[in-house]
Every structure is written in C-alpha cells, then in structure tokens.
Write a protein that binds this ligand. Structure first.
Ligand code: GDP
Ligand code: MG
Length: 791
C-alpha cells in the first residue's frame, strides 16, 4: 500500500469534532520523535476535540487520551479524513478478576531456587520510579517513602531529584525520576531519566502505569523492558478503571510481559504492600524480564532489529549498553547511542543498509517503524488483557468541566478569577495572617532578648549585631515563609488537579509571541505577588530554555513588596492621580518585560522553543498528603537555601550602617560606611536627579527588602514633607521607575542563585540596575523635554 497517495489534508485543517487517520508524520528531530512517542504514528486515529479560545493550539484525542498541539505543528501531520461515530468498545465477559494473580505475581516463581544468587543482606537495594507525567508518580513515591525523603538535584541540571528509603525497609533507596513519555534523549528530563536507568543501573525499576491510559503508558514500559533491568509494573488508578466497569487480566499480562504486574491505587493506598514485596524480590534476586522481543514475528522490522542486534553485539558489550535497547535506538538513528557504540565504517554501512530495508518493507522511516512496532504490540496486548470501561465517569466529568474552564468565552475570565482568588488568599488573607503571627512572635523574642542583653550588660557592638543584624535577618527570611508555603499549597492544587495543563493550553498563543510556551504564565503571574515563589515555581516548566527565560522575566512583574514604595510617593507627590500612577507602573513593568523578552529571544535564547505537545490529563482530586508534602519540601528548601544568603547580606548591611571607616560605632548615620558608599554611588544617580546620598542609601537597603526603602527614607528625611523639599515631581516619578525595575531583593537573588548559580544571580542584579537606570533616565529626559525643564 502506498499510503502517501491517500493523504488529502493536514491535521490542522480539520474542524472540531472531525476525525482522521494519520498518513505521515513530518517535522524533524525532537519534535518528530515526540510526535511518534506520543502515539502520533501512521495509521493512528485522531479526533479533534476543540481549539483553544484564542484559536491555537488544538486539543485532539488519540489512543483514548487528550493531547494539545500547536497548529503549526499539526500542519506537519498529513491525514485523511474519516467518518467516525465514537464507537464504545463492548466489554467482553471476563471471568478472571484483576486482583488475584498467582502467576509471576508469586515472588520467586521465576528464579531457580537451587541456583539462586540473591544479593547479600547488607546490599542497599536501589530502585528507580519511572513513569509518565500525571500517572501518579508523586503520590506513589510519597506512599512508598512516607516523609523520609531527600530532595536534591541531578548532577549538572536543575531537575529535582528525590530519594528516600521504602517505609519499613531501611536498606533501600528509591529515586523518583522525572516524568517521561519515552526514553528518547530530548528534554532534559528525558536525558536524566534515561541516563539514570542506563548508567546508574538501579537494582530494579518500578514502572508506574496509568491504567486508565494504558496504551500510551505501556509505550514507555516497552522501552524499559529492553534495558535489561529487573522491572515491576505498577498499574495505578485501578480504582478508576474498575469503578467504571473496566478490568485487566493481570495474570495474562504478566505472562505476556514476563515481569510482575501489580494493580494498585496510589491515592487510595491499595496494593502498595504487594508492590513493595515484588519490588524487593526482583531486586534482591536480580529477576530480569523474561521477554524482551516485543514485536510480532510477522512485523516488517522484526528481522531488522535482530540483524542490528547481531551487528552491534560486540560493541554494546564493550560500552555496557543493553543490547535490545541499543539495537532499537540504533535503528531509530539515535545519535547519542550511535556515538557511544562507535561503529566502524563498515558497520555503519551495514546499519544504513538495514535502515533502508526497513523503509522499503514497512513504508515508514525507521523511527516511525519502531514506534509503530511498539504500538502494534501494545494494541495486541491490550486486546488480550484489557477490558476498557464503556465510559469513564472521570472523563465525562473532565469534559463537562472543560466546557467552562477551557470554553471559548469563559476560559480566560475564569482563569483571572482563580488567580485573583489565589492572590488575595495568599497575600491578603492566609499568607498575610500567618506572616503577622510570625512577626508578633519574632518581635516578642527580639524584645525579650534585647532586654536580657541590656540587663547582662553585653558589649554594645555584640548587642547591636544580635538585635539589628541577626534577628533582623532571620526575621526577614521568615517573613517570606508564609507566602511561599501558602502559594505552593494553591499551586499544588492547581497542578495536581490538572488545571495548570489547561492554562498552558489556552495561554500558549499569547506567550508564544515572546518566545515562551503557555506554562510560563503561572510563574510570571506569581511574580506580581513575590519573586521568590515565582522563581521556585519555574521548576515545573519542562524545558530548560523556557525555565531560564521565564526566571529572567519575573523581576519585571512588580511584586507586592514594592507597593509601600508606590504608596509612599503617591501620597507625597501624586495624591490625586494615585490609581493612574500605580497602573502606569505595573504596565510599564510588563511592557519593558515584553521588550526585553524580544531581546532575550534574539540574543540569549536563540534556540527553538521546546516542542509543545502536551497531555491534558483528566481532572483529578489532588491528594492532601502530596500537597502537604510539597509545602513542607518547599518550606525546607527555601529556608535552607535562603538563610545563608540573606543572613550574610543582613549582617553586612548592619555592619555598613553601624560603623564608620575607622570601625567605630556611629551615632549619626551620615557618618557610616553605608553613607560613604552611598555618597560614592550617588554621582551615578545624579543624572536621574537622585543624587542625594539619602536616596541612594534607601535604595541600597531596599536590596534587603523593598519595604525598607520607605522606612529608611522616613528616618533619613524625617517625617512628612522632608522628601518633597528635596525632590520634584519628575524626580519622584524617576525614582518610582527606578524602584520598579532595579535589582530584586536579596531573597529573590537567593532563589535565582539556587536555580541558575551565582554568576547568573549576580548578573541579574547588575543588569536590572543598569536597565532601571536607562529607563528612568529616558523617562526623565522625556519629561524634562515635555515640560520645558531643560530651559
Ligand atoms: P505525577 O504527575 O505522575 O507525579 O502524578 P501525581 O502523583 O501528581 O498525581 C496526579 C493526580 O492523580 C493527582 O491529583 C492524584 O491525586 C491523582 N492520583 C494519583 N494516583 C491515583 C490513583 O490511584 N487513583 C486516583 N483516582 N487518582 C490518583
Ligand atoms: Mg507529580
């Protein structure tokens, strides 16, 4: 069959509700492989669900799940239209239940007890938890390890790495790998997961599979089985599947796959003990999969894979790669594996020859042929063992919810409402309340300590260091904590419920204009509250490039700590135009941010944006346990990372403010080192009309916390009126703009440092100051020109 003749349109040309069959998949590199890995292969049926409110991207259904893709990308997929009435699969009668499974499920059936060579008892059994995104990985990991977790980074990349021991088994360590759809080496997550499995060689892999979306999830399973590690498959979400009348013949599936398969529900805590038993067993006895050759013997590429295996057998041994995995990847043309194999010219020719043969025989290029082989196998497997529910309550519920939440006219208003609610609750109600409580506590403690120190007649310098340096610093670190914790509580609800994926879906078109994808909108919005949680929340962005660029843009979103500055100047200088000035400042921040993003896109982030092919999972009830766990993690993370930076900075500032150049304590702040530095810097500020050393001092202390700009100004200029005598209206405006754009506070810089390292963090601080200077200067020139101030 020559398929290419039957293609009559591309996927992007279909209308909502229409269906088609994929004829060929265009595009290249990462994007194309991503298409294939997500199941967009020739022959697959696709139904258009809806277009995003702004017309792009499009949501489609394929292999029983929802996926969103951009129209540009959809245009690369050639299809032919079909008439399709949603045919519900008629459930087959199945006598077998999904729970009892005496086959492989019985630990030890598949190793010879006489020759068994278990790992020694003192060996720490290592596990990797691998699975698709939204398959319940976090929930399962929390179940397996309880609170006994350690969070870090994978070497060289800012991808979260979580390790923990399985509850009740101290001699184990389980690592939560980033959620991935395939072992293709494209996103940094996929590289991390793949390298971990191939290089760290954990004693066993725990593969979590979303049983309500089993075809696509098993695609990863196929590749894991090829890696020649012991694998146990955990079929998660069984509560949903059986609740809707579906079932899975676990025994048969085990028999076919040759590994233990355990039905579980991570959310309902079912089957976890059994999963642990099997995982421990296969790891201890090194029970590898019984089967790796997952293609039907009549498949056009069956022989070719074996031919490649034959060809590279020696080389794979030399570099320690699993044979079957390397053979498939070599056939796909995976450059990383090919480099590792280091084939000679002759072998390369032979490989190319095999690849050409595959293309001729199957009518597909090798990577599509391999994907096709895997999906064909999975389809057969599912036909044999899976009874799908006629209809799923959760799906129906999601569709209903999406009619409003991603509806053409309702999506964006509701999004704004939800974000506004999150903001009010975080910054005005819950977060602010907690902050107030904490402040009271710290104040009390400071008071008591202050009194005690005075009573004990402690040296003046030490006294001041403790009260004005350390207590102040600790206090300002802690004041961020309630906000971070409450913000992440809401974020976790939004993320785990599946709503963030929807936000990415309908905001993508807008964000793409500045070179980002829809997901970046969330951190940026949080930036209007506080840059610290905003930067921390970029962790969930899938692409490294997007993450960096988003982090760099967050300082342009004017954070709430700057509000007191605005309020102070508005009441002193613009009492009538308050609203206008405030709105103007926020808008200016956004506009400068957008302009700068064009610059970043051209200069710093030239590469292509990550492919945006994203799953839209069913809405699910987030588990309280996971949410609390995340809050705890973020709180710990923030305290550990921010404490040192902020404490050092506060003590340094305290020192500069308290001493003069001969290291004597000063009583008049104009004699302090700080005033000296301010005096040194103020010539730079002079062209802005802000040459007064007191203003520079207040801006420097604003680096500690933006609120303190105002308190320092009040102290240095005295109460009402003091500052209006020094500054004109234009200068006040200039100062506002400078405060809007100049370096983020030290807590924010600490979070920059955590995500990007010292160099970038320092660069951001310097760059924002430069930019603030340029914009304020431009503003001043324009204002002077308009008002004839030059004359
Ligand atoms: P991850 O993206 O793979 O880490 O998935 P999560 O652990 O965040 O889970 C995604 C969503 O699925 C959350 O809302 C969970 O509460 C929910 N979930 C996880 N496991 C189960 C399960 O076994 N049954 C049901 N019904 N929901 C689950
Ligand atoms: Mg998760």
């Amino acid at each position: 069959m020559n398929i290419s003749q039957t293609a009559d349109m591309n996927l992007g040309e279909l209308k909502a509700g229409e269906s088609c069959v994929v004829v060929s998949v265009g595009g290249q590199g990462a994007l194309r492989q991503h298409f294939l890995d997500m199941g967009i292969i020739p022959g697959a049926e696709i139904t258009i669900v809806k277009f995003a409110p702004l017309g792009d991207p499009v949501e489609v259904r394929i292999h029983g799940y929802e996926l969103s893709l951009r129209l540009d990308d959809a245009a690369k997929i050639a299809v032919t239209k079909i008439d399709k009435t949603e045919e519900a699969e008629t459930p087959k009668k199945s006598k077998k239940t999904h729970t009892a499974h005496p086959y492989l499920g019985e630990p030890g059936v598949h190793h010879d007890k006489k020759t068994e060579k278990p790992l020694p008892d003192d060996h720490v059994l290592s596990f990797a938890l691998v699975g698709n995104q939204n398959s319940g990985k976090t929930t399962l990991f929390n179940r397996l390890t309880g609170s006994n977790q350690h969070v870090g980074n994978f070497p060289g990349v800012t991808v979260d790495r979580k390790d923990g021991a399985i509850i009740g088994h101290a001699n184990t360590v389980i690592t939560d790998l980033p959620g991935i759809y395939s072992m293709s080496p494209y996103s940094s997550e996929e590289i991390v997961s793949r390298d971990f499995v191939l290089n760290n060689k954990p004693d066993a892999l725990i593969n979590i599979v979303d049983s309500t979306n089993i075809e696509r999830n098993l695609y990863l399973t196929m590749q894991l089985l090829e890696t020649d590690r012991p694998v146990v498959v955990a079929l998660n979400m069984m509560d949903e599947l059986t609740g809707n009348g579906g079932s899975i013949d676990i025994n048969l599936m085990e028999e076919i796959l040759g590994v233990p398969v355990v039905p579980i529900s991570a959310a309902k805590n079912q089957g976890i003990d059994e999963l642990i038993t099997h995982a421990l067993h296969i790891a201890k006895y090194c029970e590898k999969p019984l089967e790796q050759d997952f293609c039907a013997p009549d498949s056009p590429i069956h022989d070719s894979i074996h031919a490649v295996e034959h060809l590279i057998e020696e080389k794979t041994k030399a570099c320690g790669l699993p044979l079957r995995f390397a053979a498939c990847k070599a056939l796909e043309g995976d450059s990383l594996i090919l480099d590792k194999l280091d084939l000679d010219e002759n072998e390369k020719d032979l490989l190319e020859h095999i690849r050409v043969k595959v293309e001729k025989k199957s009518g597909l290029d090798p990577s599509a042929a391999v994907a096709d082989m895997r999906f064909a196998y999975i389809m057969q497997l599912c036909k044999k063992c899976v009874v799908k529910p006629k209809q799923s309550k959760e799906r129906a519920r999601s569709e209903k919810a999406d009619r409003i939440l991603t509806g053409k006219f309702t999506a964006i208003p509701i999004f704004i409402l939800i974000m506004a609610a999150v903001f009010v609750l975080t910054f005005n109600v819950i977060g602010a309340g907690l902050q107030w409580l904490l402040e009271q506590g710290i104040d009390k403690l400071t008071e008591v300590t202050d009194l005690a120190l005075t009573k004990a007649n402690v040296n003046e310098v030490i006294h001041s260091l403790i009260i004005d340096g350390i207590f102040e610093g600790v206090g300002s670190v802690l004041s961020f904590l309630p906000i971070v914790v409450v913000m992440f509580f809401f974020l976790s609800l939004l993320e785990d419920s599946g709503y963030i994926a929807r936000i990415a879906f309908f905001m993508d078109k807008l964000l793409r204009k500045i070179g980002l994808s829809g997901r970046s909108i969330v951190p940026m919005l949080i930036g209007f509250g506080c840059t610290v949680p905003a930067v921390m929340s970029t962790r969930t962005l899938p692409s490294d490039r997007d993450r960096k660029m988003t982090i760099f843009l967050t300082p342009f979103m004017s954070c709430t700590a700057k509000l007191p500055i605005y309020a102070f100047f508005v009441s002193s200088f613009f009492p009538k135009q308050g609203g206008l000035v405030m709105t103007g400042l926020y808008l200016l921040g956004i506009i400068v941010g957008i302009l700068i993003s064009f610059l970043y896109k051209k200069v710093l982030f030239k590469g292509e944006a990550a492919p945006f092919v994203m799953e839209l999972p069913n809405y699910r009830l987030p588990s309280l346990r996971s949410t609390l766990q995340l809050m705890w993690e973020k709180a710990k993370d923030f305290l550990q990372k921010a404490f040192s930076v902020i404490l050092i900075a506060t003590v340094v500032v305290w020192f500069l403010q308290s001493f003069d150049l001969r290291f004597n304590l000063v009583t008049d702040s104009s004699e302090s080192i700080m005033a000296g530095i301010a005096g040194f810097i103020s010539p730079i500020m002079k062209p802005l009309g802000l040459g007064d050393w007191r203003i520079t001092t207040s801006l420097i202390s604003g680096f500690m916390a933006k609120e303190s700009v105002v308190s320092v100004l009040e102290v240095l200029f005295g109460a009402e009126g003091g500052i209006t005598a020094v500054l004109g209206v234009i200068e006040a405006g200039t100062l506002l703009i400078f405060s809007l754009l100049y370096t983020p506070c030290v807590a924010a810089i600490a979070s920059f440092k955590r995500e990007l390292g010292w160099k970038y963090a320092a660069a951001v601080a310097v760059w924002q100051c430069m930019l603030a200077w340029i914009v304020s200067f431009a503003f001043r020139l324009i204002m002077l020109a308009c008002t004839g101030g030059f004359a």
